[in-house]
Design a protein around this ligand. Structure first.
Ligand code: AMP
Ligand code: GLY
Length: 425
């Protein structure tokens, strides 16, 4: 099977790494990719948002399957263009990707499907905003309606900050604050059959102790030893299957990866958000534990054959990933700094720990930073404590001037207290 992956982040590196280990994959291509992906796939220059260019590349390469990684091309309809060219594609249509592209649309689908989520108001004027903030009280949750790369949400006890964020958005969703730890649960679907993956937890805030601004995600781990073993079944029945059924009923079936961002509140599980693609950095830890070869799963979803797939097999290992971000991420990340120490990780920590690239590019012989999140250092171990030690040992070998990373990814849970990080106000 010849596979073309679209995207250039650590999620795409994780996907490419798994696909490169799959004996069914005879050729692996990625566009546009990054310096790390270049080690496992052949890179091509393409504008990932240009459906015609992506489908032309897929045709030229004779791709049997195209996997669209990030949300922006999905919302732009890139999967539709590839599908129209007659090539199976893993990823939802532009219309179905609105589950992520518009928070207001997601709320509408959840209401129709009776999926538990935070109560909310959609506001377009300062008066509506003030009323909604007043109705819910602090802490305030203010979300930009459109795509914002994980940075469009402000959760604050400061009403002026809440109003200021709302004023900067065209349309906002204001909603009730959800307490309790967060879980990311991914499901693969062909629009009909839904296959849940293993849950993971992401660390969204920039700084240790869940301080600082929201980011695209600073680290993740899986499994979640503190979670109720029935959680996945419950979310399947109350969230994932009803949402997929509702999308089909509307005539906009959702196929690809449905990502449920959940809060485990004192009153039960609630959806915080949906994403229409694999999460980053959770994918790095979920795929590190998946034993079933990946290409067959993605192909089954792309061709409406998920119902025929054998149950997925998972490793007993735990996995931890730690994101190394550039100087000044998330505000104004600095790029172009050289990265060293990657060879040392490959020589001394493989196969248990490895570096997945996000914002990197090659500059002559050097690898340099090219984005906010630069690397995602991933490790497996017999438990979270061992996976964590291995991940941080590898992080310690990587040098990038001015870089930052959290030192407490999976710390509480690996410390054996069984506690999970609560949602911060
Ligand atoms: P989102 O982009 O919707 O995932 O929001 C980003 C982050 O903001 C989430 O991961 C939560 O940490 C926080 N957040 C979003 N909605 C809520 C809510 N209703 N209550 C508490 N925290 C929230
Ligand atoms: N980890 C959060 C996201 O992928 O949106």
């Amino acid at each position: 099977m010849k596979v073309l992956v679209i995207g250039n982040g650590a999620r795409e590196h994780a996907l490419c790494r798994s696909l490169s280990l799959d004996p069914d994959v005879t050729a692996l291509h990625c566009a546009p990719g990054n310096a790390g992906i270049a080690e496992v796939a052949q890179l091509h220059q393409v504008d990932a948002l240009d459906g015609a260019a992506v489908s032309a590349l897929a045709v030229e390469l004779g791709a049997d399957l195209v996997v669209v990684g990030p949300e922006a091309p999905l919302v732009a309809g890139v999967a539709d263009a590839v599908r129209e060219a007659g090539i199976p594609v893993f990823g939802p249509s532009g219309e179905a990707a609105q589950l992520e592209g518009s928070k207001a649309f997601a709320k509408e689908v959840m209401a129709a499907a009776d999926v538990p989520t935070a109560r909310s108001y959609v506001c377009t004027t300062a008066e509506e905003v003030a009323e909604a903030l007043d109705a819910f009280g602090a802490p305030y949750v203010v979300k930009d309606d459109g795509l914002a790369a994980g940075k469009g949400v402000v959760v604050t006890a400061d009403i002026e900050a809440a109003k200021a964020h709302a004023a900067g958005c065209e349309r906002v969703v204001i909603e009730e604050f959800l307490d309790g730890p967060e879980v990311s649960l991914f499901a693969i679907t062909d629009g009909d059959t839904v296959l849940p993956l293993q849950p993971a937890q992401d660390f969204k805030r920039a700084l240790d102790g869940d301080e600082g601004p929201n980011t695209g995600g600073m680290g993740a781990y899986s499994p979640l030893p503190w979670a109720d073993p029935k959680l996945v079944d419950e979310v399947m029945q109350t969230v994932l299957q009803p949402t997929v059924d509702e999308m089909r009923r509307r005539g906009t079936p959702f196929s690809g990866l449905l990502y449920a961002g959940l809060a485990i509140t004192s009153r039960g599980v609630r959806v915080i958000e949906f994403n229409a693609r694999f999460g980053d950095p959770e994918t790095q830890v979920v795929l590190a534990r998946l034993k079933t070869p990946l290409a067959g799963i993605l192909m089954a979803a792309a061709t409406s054959n998920l119902g025929y797939l054998e149950p997925l097999r998972w490793s007993e290992d735990a996995a931890v990933t730690v994101v190394i971000a550039s100087h000044n991420y998330p505000a104004t990340p600095r790029t172009g700094d050289p990265i060293t120490g990657l060879d040392e990780v490959a020589a001394q920590d493989a196969p248990h720990a490895y570096v997945l690239h996000a914002g990197t590019r090659r500059d002559g012989d050097a690898v340099v930073s090219a984005g906010g999140r630069v690397l995602s250092v991933t490790a497996t171990g017999k438990d979270l404590s061992q996976a964590r030690e291995r991940a941080y040992r590898a992080v310690g070998r990587v040098r990038l001037d001015g870089s930052q990373h959290r030192t407490d990814i999976a710390a509480k849970v690996a410390g054996g207290t069984g506690e999970a990080g609560a949602v911060e106000a």
